[in-house]
Design a protein around this ligand. Structure first.
Ligand code: SF4
Length: 361
């Protein structure tokens, strides 16, 4: 049925731009490869659960090096089996994430609240998922459709033009889900023919610990898509490495002034560039660049130039023109209108001059 709604999605996995930049993802969708979370789950790692956090991070960094080799062995069908009772690389990540919950620094804000004992930080996320909705999403990039998308409440930034503000800013409270129940949701989405698990919100970052625990419970091979605003901490980026198959990252602003004024996201550029580089190093990447009215020179241009220079001209980029004023967009004069045809043409010209050759059509 979805092939009728999105005929472009039906053949998307055959597209050279998709096959070239999302090779492993295509292999998982087609059942030829295993999702990274399943590999992390089967890679034994020795650690004492009561060791110091510093010690656990040291073991994690060594585990990440071993993971790369282990994934190669799994892909070749040569990985050794794992003892049932052994601890895994995923177990290690879960323990570190649990500790982060006690003094939260999943995102750049580093609120430091203990979310396990009722503390709430900027995002107001607690110790359990709050789920707005989940369904096979037909509006994502063609290679992702149908995408098993889970919308959770809460966000780490506050975009004045947020289109999902009811979810991100808690106008609705969502329903509570634990990781066990969430895993059943993910399996159900796969049964419905979804190509992937698409973790979004709001923002998935505050739920990192919960998603990791969900990945311990999921009983199907399904590629994971981390659909994020890119404002997550270095620690979170390390935990996601060797676990996430596709990073679907927004690159929102080309400078910190715009990021602060529109999304209350100080330090955005440093976080976004770091997280994009790490995403490319440890997974596959699709970058979303939403063109904002009046922001081609200050944002679109530096973003696209940076992507081309640092991630390569074949990076898969979705240059998005669907901006419309929502939520509190009226608070800034340039955000009160849609893009003009001239601005769209200008953004396309910037992408061309930057040398980007793998735009989502
Ligand atoms: S995830 Fe939420 S509580 Fe944690 S640091 Fe970010 S805004 Fe604060």
């Amino acid at each position: 049925m979805w092939r009728l709604i999105r005929p472009d999605a039906a053949f998307a996995l055959e597209e050279p731009g998709v096959k070239g930049s999302l090779t492993r993802y295509v292999g998982i969708v087609e059942g030829r490869k295993l999702a990274k979370f399943l590999i992390a789950r089967s890679m034994p790692v020795e650690f004492e659960p009561d060791a110091s956090t510093m010690e656990l991070w040291k073991i994690h960094e060594k585990g990440l090096k071993d993971y790369q080799e282990f994934e190669g062995l799994v892909d070749e069908g040569e990985a050794p089996g794992m003892m049932e009772e052994a601890l895994s690389f995923l177990d290690l990540k879960i323990e570190i994430a649990r500790r982060i919950m006690e003094s939260c620094h999943f995102c750049v804000r580093r609120c430091g609240v203990n979310r396990l004992s009722g503390g709430l930080g900027y995002c107001r996320c607690g110790p359990e998922f709050r789920v707005s909705t989940f369904f096979p999403h037909m509006g994502e990039e063609p290679e992702l459709v149908p995408s098993g998308t889970v919308f959770t409440c809460g966000c780490t930034i506050r975009c004045l033009h947020c289109q999902n503000w009811e979810i991100s800013q808690w106008a609705e409270q969502g329903k509570p889900y634990d990781p066990y129940r969430m895993a059943r949701v993910v399996e159900g989405l796969r049964r419905q023919g979804c190509r992937n698990l698409n973790m979004v919100g709001g923002e998935p970052t505050p739920n990192t610990w919960l998603w990791l625990r969900t990945m311990k419970e999921i009983k199907v091979n399904i590629p994971t898509v981390w659909n994020s605003n890119s404002y997550y901490s270095e620690e979170t980026s390390r935990l996601l490495s060797g676990l996430i198959d596709v990073y679907l990252l927004d690159f929102k602003y080309g400078n910190d002034e715009c990021a602060e004024a529109i999304s209350d996201a100080s330090g955005y550029w440093e976080a976004a560039t770091r997280n994009h580089l790490r995403a490319k190093m440890y997974g596959e990447l699709i970058i979303r660049v939403l063109v904002l009215p009046g922001h081609n020179e200050c944002c679109t241009k530096p973003i696209l130039n940076w992507i081309s220079k640092n991630l390569g001209p074949m990076t898969r980029v979705n240059l998005m023109f669907q901006y419309r004023p929502e939520y509190r967009a009226h608070e800034r004069i340039e955000l009160r209108r849609r893009l003009t045809p001239l601005e769209m043409a200008e953004a396309r010209r910037i992408a061309e001059e930057a040398g980007l050759k793998n735009l989502v059509e």
